[in-house]
Design a protein around this ligand. Structure first.
Ligand code: NAI
Length: 474
């Protein structure tokens, strides 16, 4: 293997996911000489290659299929024979990934960022070895940013085999619709991919340890989501933990027990063609050789960072899924911008209180700020305003009336503390709530802001009015 000479950069970014590539571009804009190393041939990280983008492409396509097949007749549109061509659907998804990934390559060129391909491992606190099929090179940089992301977490007795027990990496690329799919975990990944394969005809059962969907979301909204998805034919087994799997004649048998079951209670079994394990993700630091640079990690393997994303080693920083915090592309992007601005002496900042969460089911769930459970636990008194989409004229025109907007406002100051939306285009609607909270708005500010009619965001305004008990349309 050939070893090439050292090259000096102001910044070496390790990982070209949403955190790393955005940081590299912002650093180049600020005048730094930047290199970005990525082990995969495609740029874009988990989000672009096997996460957000492929799953959203599949969700959009399968929702359209479902609507044409099951719902259009409500509108007076008859679709005689609606079929799915899975290879075409998957090929379109791959093309979108390809286009966006090539786009990042173009942005790197435009911003004069050196793209390095290979697996990075620290040789010291200022040098990194990059190994690829072409050879090995050592790169040095004044500052290094680790943005290596995360990988699917597995369960102790249910290891991934890529064939019967799969992660989201494979669940976005199945060659055929499984007859019976068991999904372990009713988090964002579990619910989104259950929706995709249910719409395509699979029998889907979701096994979840929590008492309803989406632990961590507002409980009322989680339960509402549960009812909606049950209505779509997804079956749920709650408050139960998956135990182990065994193969039986080309089928997988999954054992599970109620969370509060006594040790001597027998386990129940589920049989499926395929098991998707979606029980969270873990920081990815494989091969980074963090110990060679002396970089500290926490008990969950995440790189420990101080306030401005500094690791335990001077001039080495970390952002995104590999550090503490929600594993969300937009959180990583914001950290990527802020960390390099700090390096350049600009006061870059991330407001962790206004990071939106979205689950792209149909209808979508989106929220920002506190849940009712968090406010109760913190002893903060609050007022609630709710408005159902069934009373929103646009939602009625669209034939998408499930769900509601819920606003939580401080009982004393009226400041908006949390906004929860289950409904059509919730992912788009949440932006108004994020800006309102970012600017310290009260529910009265939203209630007194003119909203176009007829639109879905009128439901946000009505929910804000409901905080003060004065909705107009319900
Ligand atoms: P998650 O942490 O959101 O959900 C995992 C679920 O598995 C939880 O509901 C948990 O209670 C359950 N669980 C854990 N152990 C279990 C067991 N033994 N038996 C049954 N249930 C069990 O993780 P998920 O959905 O895998 O997503 C991983 C990360 O990716 C999350 O941080 C998520 O926010 C992010 N993500 C975000 C998306 C979005 O914003 N739309 C989409 C996909 C992923």
């Amino acid at each position: 293997m050939a070893t090439t000479a050292h090259t000096d950069y102001d910044l070496l970014v390790i990982g070209a996911g949403p955190g790393g590539y955005v940081a590299a571009i912002r650093a180049a804009q600020l005048g730094m000489r930047v290199a970005c190393v990525e082990k995969e041939p495609k740029l874009g990280g988990t989000c672009l290659r096997v996460g957000c983008i492929p799953s959203k492409t599949l969700l959009e396509a399968t929702e359209k299929y479902h609507l044409a097949k099951e719902e259009f007749h409500h509108l007076g549109i008859a679709c005689e024979k609606v079929t799915v061509d899975l290879p075409t659907l998957m090929a379109r998804k791959n093309k979108i990934v390809e286009t966006l990934s090539n786009g990042i390559g173009g942005l790197f060129k435009k911003n004069k960022i050196t793209r390095l391909t290979g697996a990075a491992g620290f040789a010291s606190a200022s040098t990194v070895n990059i190994t690829s099929a072409e050879g090995k090179q050592t790169v040095s940089a004044r500052k290094i940013l680790i943005a290596t992301g995360s990988e699917p977490a597995s369960l102790p007795n249910i290891p991934f085999d890529g064939k019967y027990v799969i992660s989201s990496d494979q669940a976005i690329a199945l060659p055929a619709v499984p007859e019976k799919l068991v999904v372990i975990g009713a988090g964002a990944i579990g619910l989104e991919l259950s929706s995709v394969w249910r719409r395509l005809g699979a029998q889907v059962t979701v096994l979840e340890i929590h008492h309803t969907t989406l632990p961590g979301s507002d409980d009322e909204m989680g339960r509402h989501m549960e009812r909606v998805l049950k209505g779509q034919g997804i079956e749920f087994i709650f408050a139960s933990a998956a135990g182990a799997v065994k193969l039986q004649k080309d089928q997988v048998v999954i054992s599970y027990k109620a969370k509060d079951a006594k040790p001597d209670q027998p386990a129940h079994n589920l049989t499926a063609n395929l098991v998707l394990v979606a029980v969270g993700r873990k920081a990815y630091t494989t091969g980074l050789e963090l110990d060679k640079a002396g970089i500290a990690t926490d008990s969950r393997g995440r790189i420990t960072v101080a306030k401005h994303w500094e690791t335990s080693v001077p001039n080495i920083y970390a952002i995104g899924d590999v550090i503490v915090g929600p594993m969300l592309a937009h959180k990583a992007e914001d950290e990527g911008v802020a960390v390099v601005e700090r390096m350049a002496g600009i006061p870059g900042h991330v407001n962790y209180d206004t990071i939106p969460f979205v689950v792209y089911t149909a209808p979508e769930l989106a929220w920002v700020g506190k849940t009712e459970e968090e406010l109760k636990a913190a002893n903060i008194s609050y007022k609630t305003g709710k408005f159902r989409f069934s009373a929103n004229s646009r939602a009625l025109c669209m034939d998408e009336t499930q769900g509601m907007v819920k606003i939580l406002a401080d009982a004393r100051t009226d400041m908006v503390l949390g906004v929860h939306i289950l409904g059509p285009q919730a992912s788009t609607m949440i932006a108004e709530a994020v800006i309102a909270m970012e600017l310290g708005a009260s529910s009265e500010d939203i209630a007194r802001t003119c909203h176009a009619h007829p639109t879905l965001p009128e439901a946000m305004r009505e929910a804000a009015m409901a905080v003060d008990g004065r909705t107009i349309n319900s």
